[in-house]
Write a protein that binds this ligand. Structure first.
Ligand SMILES: Nc1ncnc2c1ncn2[C@@H]1O[C@H](COP(=O)(O)OP(=O)(O)OP(=O)(O)O)[C@@H](O)[C@H]1O
Ligand SMILES: [Mg+2]
Length: 163
């Protein structure tokens, strides 16, 4: 069994750097569900994931649209469910089109509609530890994501996240 990967970052740049390493390992069809309170760094992590996938733009929270698409080595579908009140709204978004496998789905506030997403996914829990410290717990759900977490562990080398 693969243990969750737990990292504490001490700056937004470190959280982005972790995301960048994850993005570099991403494969078409991957689903990353991000769960955590306001300001824990979900968008920050997503920026890194997008950069790691070769996206040139700066990812912003898709506040008014629910999905932003970035073009990188693979398409990145960045969703933010903050404004969602009911899981049916997520289903009505037609997220199946995004989950079909050509790109990578990164979902902020995924806890609002976990059931709308595939049972196999990478769950990333983000928590405030201090002003600048955030704890990220990466829990693989399914074979692909256990492999991904092991590859990420190797890529990280030591516990240190390099910039
Ligand atoms: N270690 C850290 N990792 C990430 N962000 C950090 C860290 N330390 C401080 N911050 C700050 O915390 C904030 C994180 O903002 P971000 O928009 O990424 O959070 P979020 O989880 O997406 O919030 P929201 O729920 O509003 O979407 C930023 O202002 C960032 O500068
Ligand atoms: Mg956000």
């Amino acid at each position: 069994m693969t243990e969750p990967l737990v990292m504490t970052t001490s700056s937004p740049q470190e959280t982005q750097a972790l995301g960048r390493k994850l993005g570099a390992l991403a494969r078409a069809g991957d689903v990353y569900l991000l769960s955590g309170a306001l300001g824990t760094g979900k968008t920050c992590l997503t920026q890194g994931i997008a950069w790691g996938l070769g996206v040139q733009e700066y990812a912003h929270s898709p506040t008014f649209v629910l999905v932003h698409v970035y073009r990188g080595r693979l398409p990145v579908y960045h969703m933010d469910l903050f404004r969602i009140d009911d899981i049916r709204e997520v289903v009505d978004l037609g997220i199946d089109d995004y989950l079909e496998g050509d790109g990578v789905c990164v979902v902020e506030w995924a806890e609002k509609a976990v059931e709308a997403f595939p049972v196999e996914h990478l769950l990333v829990r983000l928590e405030h530890v201090g002003e600048q410290e955030r704890r990220l717990t990466l829990e693989p759900r399914g074979h692909r994501y256990r492999e991904l977490v092991e590859a990420l562990r190797l890529a990280l080398g030591s516990a240190e996240v390099q910039r």
